[in-house]
Structure formats: structure tokens, C-alpha cells
Design a protein around this ligand. Structure first.
Ligand code: GUN
Ligand code: ZN
Length: 433
């Protein structure tokens, strides 16, 4: 395969900007040499161009080139749930979400939605996501088949849910175990795909089903586990009534062996000090879903509090409780949540979070989330002058941080000039829904 040289203004993080000033590498006139889908070199543009005359050059200057965005909490079957006028979480689930997920029993619908879902992610600069499927194993077959065709590093799992939902979207403890296991056998570790064990949340799982999820987590300790935790006050009250012996919400998951550094807890808003300490001790991840938390009125994630306690965090869209597919819009809302909490979230910290930070949360920073040599060439190209409003503001920009903040605050998919997966341009190729 011929080499490709991607030129642009490169930005990659090797440390958290909140820990050290030496957090990133920025090359004003940089280039990435891509060979066999991986980054073979990162360096000075003119030098790499001179040394690699055989490479096909793609020049993105003056745009920024970053590692592709990572979305660690999103619901594949909820593309048609976004913008549903509901009150709060439990009504929203019953009135809109479960009925929409029921439609994924039809493989043709699942296949059409899978292609559209992945192309929407790519159009927004997101190259990896950790997705909840519907209860139907076919939803994950559809998602993974199309992710594989695009060469994407995707994580996902069929939701396990055996109570408190429409009968059409319920499984049983045994069938959820069997179906998840069959999907693991079929897909886990195939190419760039990773299976995520996915009990939806404690309300829709009987103790027998959480036990089944725990059995899977014990049998496949290298696989991620994803679920929801402490999102909404009514949800928390109902959860405690269903698990009266648990010390708190997190304790339910702990009793079934579902905590650890591979566990991703969506929302994690209304946590007790005990839960925070236990998440830190076990390495359990807290995933912030700001557009969803605001849309459903769920609450304000305590980014600094969790960080200070040593909890690893990620930031995600949570489509379709979330209102935007864009990690830029998501960072902007996360910034506003920080403001409401009187916390600071710098532009460098934001872009670190959506790239290397989320890769760390997923345990994948050795492969994605940076521009390090040897990692997969998943990239996003960002244009700070993509819209009239951005161009007006860009006239007075004086630093990289200011430019990043402009992109975060005013940007969306229009600011994504290109998205690469394994060194291949994908945005310009994406088919419309
Ligand atoms: N809790 C259980 N299921 C869901 C879901 O689909 N979305 C959100 N936001 N919270 C949930
Ligand atoms: Zn969710």
C-alpha cells in the first residue's frame, strides 16, 4: 500500500494538561506519515515531505489535525429518539426510547440505522464509540458488520434488560447471557471490534440478570462493562426500592462483580462520598453526558470533585438522551456545566478529554486517542473558520488555546473538514441517511 503524508497543524496530547504544562505536542507545519493504517512518523512537514517523496500528499493546512474524537457512551438505536419532548428520564425511556428500540427487531431497520449511525459519527469527527445496542443481538450484528466494513474501532453490546420495560424489548436472565456470549464468540477481538457487556441499568435488570452480567464479566475480564449510574433522582429512588439491601446504587453493581477499570458508568451525577471513594478504589470510570443531563434535567456532573478523588472520567454524547452527535457541542455543554459548578475547564483540557482522556477511560490509549507513532491513524481535521460566525471570531484569535476554545464553543460538524479511519478519508465518503 502506498504511504500517505497528511500535512496540517498537528496537536496531540501525551499527558493531562491539568497535571502538567508539558501535556501536548503542537506542530505548526507538521505532517503524519501513514503506512498500513498506522502512524509511521509525526514530524516537521517540509522534512517529512522531502524524505518521503513516494508518499501521496494530502494538505490540510491551515487546519488542525488531531486524533479522532472518541465517544464512550452512546445508544446506537436512539438516532430517532433525539429531540423527543419528554419530561425526565423515566418518562422519556417509556414513552419514546423503548418503542424506538423495539423497531430494531427488524434486521433491515437495524442495518439501515447502523450505516447511518456510523456515517453520522464520522461526519462529526468521531472515530470510535462505545455503544449500547437494543435488546436484540441483531442490532450488534448490524452495527459491527458496518463498523468492520469501515475499519472502525467500535465497542458495543446488546442491552440486557429483563423487567420494567415493554415486553418487546425484554430478554431473560438466561437469554441475555446466551445472546451476549454468542455475540462475544462472534465478534470480540475481531479486527478493531470490542464487545462490551451491557446490563442497561439496575431498574431493568433482575438480580438474576445482574448475576448473569457478572458471570460474563468474570469469564471475560478483558471486556468492558457499560451501564448507567445515579443519573436522575426518581431513577435512584426506584432503584433503591428494587435493591433494598444495597448500600447505594454503586453497591448493587459491586455485589454482582461489575466494578473495575473496564467498567464505564454513564452519568454518575448524584454520587455519595462512599460511591466516589469506591469508584476511585476500584478504577471504575465515570462518564459525563452533559447534553443529555441538561436535556433531561438530570443534574450537573462534578468533574473536579471526581478528578480530585482520583476517579477516571470520560465525556460522551449519550445520543439520544443527548442532543448532539458532536463532541464539540458536547465539550461546550460540559464547559457550561463546569461554569455552573464554579469549576474551570480549559480548552486544552477539553480537547485532551475528548481524545486521549476518553481513550484512557476505555483502556485503549495504546492504540487510539493520540498521534503517537505506531498507533492507528484515526484523525479529525478541524477548521476554525468553517462558518461565518467562526470566521468573524477567528479574526481576533491569537493563540492555540483561543482557537481551540472558539472551535469548542462555536463548532459542530461543519468544523470537521475531514475524518480519517486507519488513514482513509471517511467524511467525504459518508453516505447520507
Ligand atoms: N438509563 C437507562 N437507559 C438509559 C438510556 O437509554 N439513556 C439514558 N440517558 N439513561 C438511561
Ligand atoms: Zn445512556
Amino acid at each position: 500500500m502506498t504511504d500517505t503524508l497528511i500535512r496540517g497543524r498537528l496537536l496531540s496530547f501525551h499527558a493531562d494538561p491539568e497535571d502538567t504544562e508539558d501535556s501536548h505536542r503542537y506542530l505548526e507545519d507538521g505532517a503524519l506519515l501513514i503506512r498500513d493504517g498506522r502512524i509511521a512518523a509525526m514530524g516537521d512537514g517540509p522534512t517529512l515531505a522531502r524524505d518521503n517523496p513516494q508518499a501521496r500528499q494530502i494538505d490540510h493546512r491551515p487546519h488542525l489535525v488531531l486524533p479522532g474524537f472518541i465517544d464512550p457512551h452512546i445508544h446506537f438505536p436512539q438516532g430517532q429518539v433525539v429531540a423527543s419532548y419528554a419530561a425526565q428520564l423515566l418518562d422519556w425511556l417509556n414513552d419514546y426510547t423503548f418503542p424506538a428500540e423495539a423497531a430494531f427487531a427488524d434486521p433491515a431497520h437495524a442495518a439501515r440505522m447502523a450505516g447511518a449511525f456510523l456515517d453520522l459519527l464520522l461526519g462529526h469527527g468521531t472515530t470510535t464509540a462505545c455503544a449500547f445496542g437494543s435488546v436484540h443481538p441483531g442490532s450488534i450484528d448490524a452495527l459491527f458488520a458496518q463498523a468492520e466494513a469501515r475499519g472502525m474501532a467500535m465497542l458495543g453490546g446488546k442491552v440486557m434488560m429483563d423487567r420494567n420495560a415493554l415486553p418487546e424489548v425484554q430478554d431473560t436472565a438466561q437469554s441475555s447471557y446466551d445472546d451476549s456470549r454468542a455475540l462475544i464468540d462472534r465478534w470480540a477481538g475481531r479486527g478493531r471490534l470490542t464487545y462490551a457487556i451491557t446490563p442497561r441499568f439496575a431498574i431493568t435488570s433482575t438480580p438474576a440478570q445482574l448475576e448473569a452480567a457478572g458471570a460474563l464479566a468474570a469469564e471475560f475480564p478483558h471486556l468492558p462493562v457499560q451501564t448507567h449510574l445515579n443519573e436522575n433522582r426518581d431513577e435512584i429512588d426506584l432503584t433503591s426500592s428494587l435493591y433494598p439491601n444495597a448500600r447505594d446504587y454503586l453497591d448493587i453493581y459491586e455485589r454482582y462483580g461489575l466494578l473495575g477499570p473496564r467498567s464505564l458508568m454513564g452519568h454518575s451525577i448524584h454520587l455519595t462520598p462512599r460511591e466516589i471513594a469506591r469508584m476511585a478504589e476500584t478504577g471504575t470510570r465515570a462518564i459525563h453526558c452533559p447534553t443529555s443531563n441538561l436535556f433531561l434535567g438530570s443534574g450537573l456532573f462534578d468533574r473536579e470533585g471526581l478528578r480530585a478523588a482520583g476517579v477516571v472520567t470520560g465525556v460522551a454524547t449519550d445520543i439520544g438522551g443527548g442532543t448532539s452527535w458532536s463532541m464539540l457541542r458536547t465539550l461546550d455543554e460540559a464547559y457550561k456545566v463546569s461554569q455552573m459548578r464554579r469549576q474551570r475547564m480549559t480548552p486544552l483540557a477539553s480537547f485532551h478529554w475528548a481524545t486521549r482522556g476518553n481513550a484512557l477511560a476505555l483502556g485503549m490509549a495504546d492504540r487510539i486517542g493520540t498521534l503517537e507513532v505506531g498507533t492507528d491513524a484515526d484523525l479529525v481535521v478541524l477548521d476554525a473558520r468553517a462558518t461565518p460566525a467562526m470566521r468573524m471570531r477567528a479574526e481576533t484569535i491569537r493563540s492555540l488555546s483561543e482557537e481551540l476554545f472558539l472551535i469548542e464553543t462555536l463548532g459542530d460538524d461543519r468544523a470537521v473538514a475531514e475524518t480519517y479511519v486507519g488513514g482513509k478519508p471517511m467524511k467525504s465518503q459518508a453516505a447520507a441517511l
